[in-house]
Design a protein around this ligand. Structure first.
Ligand code: THU
Length: 142
């Protein structure tokens, strides 16, 4: 479990980028901050597009930024929406499940929080073992 101090900083970071979300179509702003094992924090906000499918959720922007810096191990992610009942969408849950199980802190812009574990939000997630098994099977059949 992350400390209360780590949680406070993560929440502050998510709230900060929540305000920068580019969401002119849904008007639903989201900010995310992901904490790595080495205590680095990367942030992201959702962005939308006139070509609706081209937008990306805040969580995957934060995760992608962390990955592009070489990070691979995470402790927690904080997601900020306009109320505390926000939770990451299914696609973001699956994208995060590629890595280790993490705490998911959901908050509103005032800092009220609700907390979960990713494995509770996405039980029985699809994982790399399935893909690797398939590749091995394919090679052995060649
Ligand atoms: N959104 C996120 O950024 N994260 C979530 O977990 C839920 C949804 C964004 C996508 C879209 O820009 C807007 O919120 C409304 O769905």
């Amino acid at each position: 479990m992350i400390s209360n101090q780590e949680k406070k900083i993560l929440v502050q970071n998510a709230i900060k980028v929540y305000k920068n979300a580019y969401a002119p179509y849904s008007r639903y702003k989201v900010g995310a901050a992901i904490l790595t094992d080495d205590d680095n924090i990367y942030t992201g906000s959702n962005f939308e597009s006139a070509a609706f499918g081209a937008g990306v959720c805040a969580e995957r922007v934060a995760l992608g930024t962390a990955l592009s810096k070489g990070e691979r191990k995470f402790k927690a992610i904080c997601v900020c929406g306009n109320n505390v009942n926000i939770t990451p969408c299914g696609v973001c849950r699956q994208a995060l499940a590629e890595f280790n199980d993490i705490e998911v802190i959901c908050c509103d812009e005032h800092g009220n929080t609700k907390e979960y574990f990713l494995s509770d939000l996405l039980p029985y997630s699809f994982d790399s073992k399935q893909v690797i098994y398939n590749i091995i099977k394919w090679h052995s059949e060649k």
